[in-house]
Every structure is written in C-alpha cells, then in structure tokens.
Design a binder for this molecule. Structure first.
Ligand SMILES: NC(=O)c1ccc[n+]([C@@H]2O[C@H](COP(=O)([O-])OP(=O)(O)OC[C@H]3O[C@@H](n4cnc5c(N)ncnc54)[C@H](O)[C@@H]3O)[C@@H](O)[C@H]2O)c1
Ligand SMILES: O=c1ccn([C@@H]2O[C@H](COP(=O)(O)OP(=O)(O)O[C@H]3O[C@H](CO)[C@@H](O)[C@H](O)[C@H]3O)[C@@H](O)[C@H]2O)c(=O)[nH]1
Length: 368
C-alpha cells in the first residue's frame, strides 16, 4: 500500500477574497497527531502559494509535541476536473502536476498515477510553490479568456457586430482556440470566481498590483448584470406586474451546483424591481431552495415551475441563463401560445436571432 494521504478539502473564501486555510491546517494537525511511518501528504485543493509550507509546519509542530520523529513529505497535486465531467477529466487528464521537493515522494506519486499515464507521459514535476501557482494561473487564464470575450461582446453590441461570428473567426486561429471564448452572462461556479479573487489577494499581498486580474473580476461582476440591464432597457426600471420565465439556475449545464450562479444575481434583481419570476432547471430545483431568501418563495415572487414550458406561462419574456441541451431547440409555437409577451433574452447566445425573430419573438443576445 502506498503511504499516501490525499486531501481534497475546500478552503472557503474569506470576505476579503483570500482562502480560509483553517480546515486545511486542522487536517494537517490531525495528520501530525496520528502518523507513525513515512507518509506523503498530497494536497489536491486549490490553495495559495506557500500553503504546503504551512502544512509542513503544522505537522512538524504536532510531531514535536508527541516527541517523535516521523519522516513525511507534502506534495502539491492540484486537481483540474470540471464539474459535470469529473470522472472523465480525472481518468484522462491533460496533465498531472506534481509539486514535489523529495525524490522519495516522487516515486510514490508516479506509481499512484501510473494507470492514468500509460498513453504518454503527462506528469510535470516541479517545485511545490510552482504547482500551487499553476492551478491559480490555469483558472485565471480561462476566466480571462471568458471576460475578454464578454468585453469584446459589449463592444460588438455597440457597433452592430455579431460576436458569434467574431468568436468563430478568432477561434480558428490555433493560437487562440475555440474553447472558453463563449461570451455569456458571466462565469460562476465554485472555482473561477473564488480563485481569481484569491490570486488578486495573493498578488496584492506580495506587493504586485494585479491590474489584469482586477479587470477580469470586474468585467465578470458587471456581466452578471447584463441581462437585467437589457430587461430594464426594454421595460423600464419598475418591473411591477411583469413576469419573467427563467430557464436555468445552475452555474452551468450538467450540475445542480449554484455557487456564484448568474441566475441568483438576475432573479434577485428582477424581484427587487417588482417582477415575479418563474424558474425551471433540470437539476438545480432543490438546490435553489437554499440560494434565495425564503421570503421570495413565501411571497410567490419566485416560483419554481414544473417544467420549462410551465415557467413561461403568462410571462412577458423568457430569460435563458444556463444552456442545458433541452433548452436548445424550444417549441416556439408552444412558447408563443403560453407567453404573454413575446421576447427572449438569450444569456448564452444559444439561439439563431433570425430564426427566433421569424418565429414571432423579439430577440436579445449577448454582443449581437
Ligand atoms: N469543484 C470542482 O470542480 C473542483 C475542481 C478542481 C479543484 N477543486 C478544488 O478542490 C477543493 C474542494 O472543492 P469542492 O468543490 O469539492 O468543495 P466542497 O466544499 O464541495 O467539498 C469539500 C469537502 O471537504 C470536507 N471537509 C471540510 N472540512 C473538513 C475537515 N476538517 N475534515 C474532513 N473533511 C472536511 C467537506 O465536508 C466537503 O465534503 C477546493 O480547493 C477546490 O478549489 C474543485
Ligand atoms: O466559454 C466559456 C466557458 C465557460 N463559461 C462559464 O465559466 C464557468 C465555469 O465553467 P467550467 O470551467 O466548465 O466549470 P468548472 O467546473 O468551474 O471548472 C473550472 O474550475 C475547476 C475548479 O478549479 C477546474 O478544475 C476546471 O479545470 C475549470 O474548467 C461557467 O459558469 C460557464 O458558464 C463561459 O461563460 N464561457
């Protein structure tokens, strides 16, 4: 048996954006209290640069208290899986990052990953701090691509350009690529928002001003308001008596996770402006009960619909927030019959504007 201890804890973000390492350090202390023989402590969490050193200190402290001298190594092995595709990402990783300072630990880690590393060598061995930083840099790079495209979308909209054509046009350049350049109503989830904020914090603490990362974060916060902005531009700021059907609550398709989901921002803004909201999501209905003030449900300002078509009954407009496959090709005739007004706000550019307009709807996308 390999002498490994894998830690996939979720250090929650503190109010200032930094990662709260309390749980990670508690677990480190627990390990220090219990290990008897050589152990490799593998950190799979996304944690700030320098955490492995703090984990080492916490374990050493406990070993000293016990008066024992047990050999151990701390390895940084960040996880790159995506929600909704986790098993596939884990079984077929693009790369395996190993932040290791000891040859002994490297042998064990390579053995651990050997079943996932047969086709070609995907292992990159580097310093522990380098590995910790690699995870933040990867997520921040992806978030930057999205915020960049959302910024381009905003400019396109002003100029009467269709950002979807621009997306395909630039994606075909292999240096840019097609992935993570879909404009939309903002990125959410448990990783990008938290990790960009944490890297901003780390950077500032280190004395380096993170100008670009600040902008990535600011663009995303603003992007989550774009749909509400388009709605109030259409109906005015007082939405009393208006009803909106929302398709999609999860932060992305394929999960019921609503952490940092754009739906929460949009729905709270709509209700605050006086509107009633009917929402439907294929997986996140139960989760959504925890994500809004109970009063919204009690006062029937927010109603959870039985189906995607129930959500639009009597609605002034349909607002698409999460691009689940089942929302891709709606029955426009049924929508037309059930809705009160005939407008679609497409937060993920899922629909062909000409087709939607041809079906008798007013269409608003992102950057087109
Ligand atoms: N969610 C993802 O897709 C994903 C992908 C890659 C990396 N990560 C990183 O992995 C880490 C975990 O993320 P998550 O989304 O799974 O978080 P999560 O909050 O869903 O899960 C964290 C788990 O840790 C447990 N835990 C907390 N304190 C503990 C303690 N003291 N002892 C034992 N268990 C404890 C919690 O009960 C929970 O089950 C984070 O650092 C995150 O950035 C997440
Ligand atoms: O072109 C794009 C791609 C994604 N998104 C949004 O970006 C967010 C994140 O999407 P995704 O990356 O698919 O989800 P996560 O499960 O959060 O995965 C990210 O975060 C994980 C946790 O760190 C990493 O392990 C993964 O590699 C990284 O992709 C979602 O709100 C998407 O809607 C866009 O707006 N446009």
């Amino acid at each position: 048996m390999l002498p490994l201890y894998l830690s996939p804890l979720g250090p929650p973000p503190k109010e200032d954006g930094s990662a709260d390492l309390q749980h990670v350090l508690t677990v480190a202390s627990d390990i220090g209290k219990s290990i008897e023989n050589y152990t490799v402590i593998v950190n799979k969490s996304t944690v700030p640069v320098g955490t492995a050193e703090r984990v080492t200190d916490a374990i050493t402290k406990e070993l000293k208290k016990r008066g024992v001298d047990v050999e151990f190594d701390v390895v940084s092995n960040p996880e790159f899986l995506k929600e909704g595709d986790a098993v596939n990402d884990f079984m077929k990783p693009d790369r395996i990052i190993l932040g290791i300072e000891s040859a002994k630990a490297e042998v064990y880690m390579k053995e651990l990953y050997s079943p996932f590393n047969r086709n070609h060598d995907k292992v990159h061995v580097m310093g522990v701090k380098d590995a910790e930083m690699t995870k933040y840099a990867a997520n921040s790079m992806l978030a930057t691509k999205i915020s960049f495209m959302n910024e381009i979308a905003g400019i396109c909209e002003q100029l009467g350009v269709d950002v979807e054509n621009v997306r395909k046009g630039i994606g075909s350049d292999t240096r840019i690529g097609y992935s993570f350049i879909y404009p939309g109503c903002g990125y959410g989830g448990s990783c990008f928002p938290k990790d960009v904020k944490a890297l901003i914090r780390t950077s500032r603490e280190s004395g380096f001003e993170p100008l670009l990362l600040d902008a990535v974060e600011e663009r995303n916060a603003s992007q989550k308001n774009v749909l509400f902005q388009k709605i109030t531009d259409t109906y005015g700021s007082d939405l009393t008596g208006r009803c909106f059907g929302i398709w999609g609550l999860a932060f992305k398709p394929g999960t019921d996770d609503m952490r940092e989901a754009t739906s929460v921002v949009v729905i709270n803004s709509l209700v605050k402006a006086g509107a009633t909201v009917k929402a439907y999501d294929p997986q996140a209905m139960t989760e959504s009960l925890e994500c809004f003030d109970k009063g919204l449900f009690d006062d029937k300002n927010l109603i959870l619909a039985q189906s995607q078509y129930d959500a639009v009954v009597g609605a002034d407009a349909l607002v698409l927030i999460t691009e689940w496959k089942q929302f891709r090709q709606p029955d426009y005739k049924m929508l037309h019959e059930r809705m009160n007004g005939h407008t679609i706000f497409d937060g993920r550019n899922q629909y062909n504007p000409e087709f939607v307009r041809g079906a008798g709807f007013e269409y608003f996308g992102i950057g087109r």
